[in-house]
Design a protein around this ligand. Structure first.
Ligand SMILES: C[S@@+](CC[C@H](N)C(=O)[O-])C[C@H]1O[C@@H](n2cnc3c(N)ncnc32)[C@H](O)[C@@H]1O
Length: 223
């Protein structure tokens, strides 16, 4: 089994501190929503975000959208051999049922995630496909997710051929990818990882790294 955990992901509701900023209020009025019940989005709220800590990397739910579509629609997931998790910058853990079919349409994805952040489960009736649990530091996520080995992915890691790395690994492996577009992990990922792996000399997008991991793992276990 392969588990993917997107760490320090830049997805959150609009922080109270900027909820009354003009850019946020205009967007909220257009969407007929309360500002603090909307996802923070760097494209729409960048003027309001200027005074937030780490403003340049925050508000990127689009990264989580691309990542989840890549993971959930993969052959490995269809075979039942992939588990997908999101850890957020505010220490929430989002658990994703492998049978989840996410909307491809971005505004619909945003609406779904807003419901998840407010209700902590989607759908509310029956078995939730998406569940949000609060108070999950990166370290607590590691305790929750079954694994025998942890591989963190970073451009600064050791250059490794992924197929060879995964070959012969029947053990449950947990792969960590940063859920942000700029900077480094906020969490102490390095000290909790067995290996720190680079797959290319240049920075790659989160979903490219995810697809390389998934396809190489699948090829490796298929022999
Ligand atoms: C877009 S990168 C983060 C920003 C990156 N430090 C940069 O300067 O572009 C997001 C995540 O993708 C993974 N990643 C990106 N490029 C990689 C590479 N060449 N090798 C391994 N992982 C990589 C890492 O997990 C990283 O945290």
């Amino acid at each position: 089994m392969l588990s993917l955990l997107l760490v320090d992901s830049e997805i959150e509701l609009v922080p109270q501190k900027i909820a009354s900023h003009t850019a946020v209020r205009l967007n909220a009025r257009r969407r007929k929503k309360e500002a603090s019940r909307m996802l923070l989005d760097a494209t729409l709220h960048h003027t309001a975000m200027r005074n937030l800590p780490q403003a340049k990397r925050r508000g990127r739910p689009d990264i989580i959208h691309f990542f989840l579509i890549t993971a959930l629609e993969s052959v490995l997931n269809h075979k039942g051999m992939l588990r997908t998790y999101i850890h957020t910058r505010n220490d929430e853990l989002i658990t994703v049922d492998p049978s989840t079919r996410l909307p491809k349409n971005y505004p619909r994805f945003v609406g779904l995630m807003e419901s998840l952040f407010i209700d902590e489960a989607v759908p509310l009736k029956g078995q939730p496909l998406l569940r949000l649990s609060k108070g999950y530091s990166f370290e607590r996520c590691l305790e929750e997710i079954p694994h025998r080995r942890v591989a963190a992915f970073s451009q600064e890691g050791k250059k490794v051929g992924l197929r060879g790395y995964f070959r012969g690994s029947e053990e449950d492996i947990l792969c960590l990818i940063g859920g942000f577009s700029k900077g480094d992990f906020n969490s102490d990922v390095r000290s909790r990882s067995d290996d720190i792996i680079s797959i290319y000399d240049e920075p790659l997008t989160v979903w490219t790294v995810a697809s390389e991991i998934i396809v190489n793992y699948e090829n490796a276990i298929d022999g």
